[in-house]
Design a protein. Structure first.
Length: 363
């Protein structure tokens, strides 16, 4: 049974901050919450407790989570207190249903994720919950006038005069009709962003830009980052058909070519679906093909998901702590490190191995 005491024991055994072990466990298990939806999100503030002395000393008490609602979870929200069994670990601030928005901020509003092509219309990957979320993303952004209207509304909402404060605009969206269509949209997006004094990075997460011709067609967008959404190495049958068409060999070739064009390059992976030996082997192979730390999410199972998505090894919290240590060994000698503001389902929160991780952790 997962308790604060068992979490503390694992933290000591693995030489990991208790807070990191706790947050990994929270993402895996989800939260027991009296509600009529299956996925929730919340801001979270750690309790003023000796248990969390490390986070308190660093002034790192505020976080953000999006979690499955799971009536069997050892974590529960009661009167806005988040409990592990009977121990209060912090305050849930504004818990609400996690809907699929057309846009959402990160890093206290200095990074913006946009969903211009209705991500909820994208179906097929068996581990993804997006298709089940309430769609607040059906208005698609296709033209420069669509984008201008969107950014004008967004700036008015936050009393902004331009977009010069943004360090990144990320395109995280449903599948387009083709990779060429994605490229055309990205070029239009960059053109409109320049009109609003944006000088940051445009970042694309997806699997549709893969050929040399497509990658070469967007060189005008610099600075540009691309995350190839691999998600799994050897259970590719779990992906929608067109997404699994990008095999690992082709992905490596595309990542190498993207780097040669000066793009920042990484890939996404979900921890929990494959044996650790499979994960370790492929990360060792892929490390040389990227320039940015991979986007690594823990697997979250929801009401409509099959339990067989989770690898038998991954039913224990130790699986994820071992995965964390494996990846620290693989990337320890590189300069690549996780960015705490980019990922709420990470294996890292306060430290990476013995290095402290800092950054803005709330939207």
């Amino acid at each position: 049974m997962l308790t604060v005491e068992s979490v503390a024991h694992l933290a000591e055994r693995y030489h990991i901050p208790l807070e990191d072990v706790l947050f990994i466990a929270l993402n895996i298990n989800g939260v027991n919450l009296e509600c009529d939806y299956n996925r929730m999100r919340m801001a979270f503030r750690l309790a003023d407790s000796k248990l969390f002395e490390y986070a308190k000393q660093r002034g790192e008490l505020d976080y953000y989570f999006a979690l499955p609602v799971n009536q069997d979870s050892p974590f529960a929200i009661i009167d806005n207190a988040l409990l592990l069994q009977n121990t209060v670990i912090g305050q849930a601030i504004g818990p609400t249903e996690d809907i699929c928005d057309s846009h959402y901020p990160r890093r206290k509003g200095t990074s913006l994720n946009i969903n211009p092509n209705s991500r909820t219309s994208c179906h097929g990957c068996q581990f993804c919950y997006t298709a089940y979320q309430i769609p607040y993303d059906r208005k698609r952004l296709k033209t420069d006038s669509d984008l201008r209207e969107f950014f004008e509304d967004w700036m008015a909402k936050y009393s902004l005069t331009d977009l010069s404060h943004l360090i990144q605009v990320s395109v995280v969206t449903g599948c387009y009709e083709s990779g060429e269509a994605v490229c055309r949209f990205l070029i239009t997006l960059k053109k409109v962003l320049r009109e609003y004094r944006f000088v940051g990075k445009v970042f694309y997460l997806g699997s549709q830009i893969a050929t040399q011709e497509q990658l070469r067609s967007i060189t005008e967008i610099q600075p540009f980052g691309i995350c190839f959404s691999l998600e799994t190495f050897e259970r590719r049958e779990l992906l929608r058909k067109d997404k699994r068409a990008l095999n690992l060999q082709n992905a490596c070739e595309s990542m190498d070519f993207a780097r040669s064009l000066g793009y920042e390059v990484n890939f996404s992976y979900i921890v929990g679906m494959e044996p650790l030996r499979v994960m370790e082997y492929h990360f060792n192979c892929l490390r040389e093909h990227i320039s940015k730390f991979p986007t690594i999410n823990t697997l979250q199972l929801h009401k409509y998901h099959q339990a067989t998505l989770r690898n038998p090894e991954a039913h224990r919290l130790e699986y994820y702590l071992n995965a964390r240590q494996i990846l620290e060994r693989i990337f320890g000698q590189t300069s690549m490190r996780p960015l705490v503001w980019e990922d709420y389902r990470s294996l890292w929160f306060l430290t990476f191995d013995k290095e402290e991780l800092h950054g803005i952790r709330t939207p």
